[in-house]
Write a new protein. Structure first.
Length: 103
């Protein structure tokens, strides 16, 4: 939302449990913890680059669907989440790369 600089994130930054409506605390670690519980995000080579394009918009806040909305360095939070998905995708592809090399 351009007027307030709010990025409507949907299920990005989902967290389990209750919290305040708006927080300035870290939302990346709880989002990663929740993602590792449910694995609800499809790993794709486009996930991290898409998050980085959203970070480039420099949102002032992140409005989440499940968990506390965030006010603070939203671009940094998006970059950190992108890094997590980069690492997760590389880890998922590593066994496949090893198997292809031994064929």
């Amino acid at each position: 939302e351009e007027t307030t600089g709010t990025l409507l994130c949907g299920d990005l930054f989902t967290r389990v449990g209750s919290g305040p409506a708006i927080t300035t605390d870290d939302i990346v670690a709880p989002a990663i913890e929740t993602e590792e519980m449910f694995e609800s995000t499809v790993l794709s080579p486009l996930a991290a680059p898409t998050l980085r394009r959203l970070a480039a918009l420099a949102p002032a806040r992140l409005a989440t669907m499940h968990g506390s909305s965030f006010e603070g360095d939203a671009g940094r939070a998006l970059e950190e989440l992108a890094g997590y998905y980069d690492r997760r995708l590389r880890a998922a592809l590593a066994p496949a790369a090893g198997a292809a090399g031994s064929a």
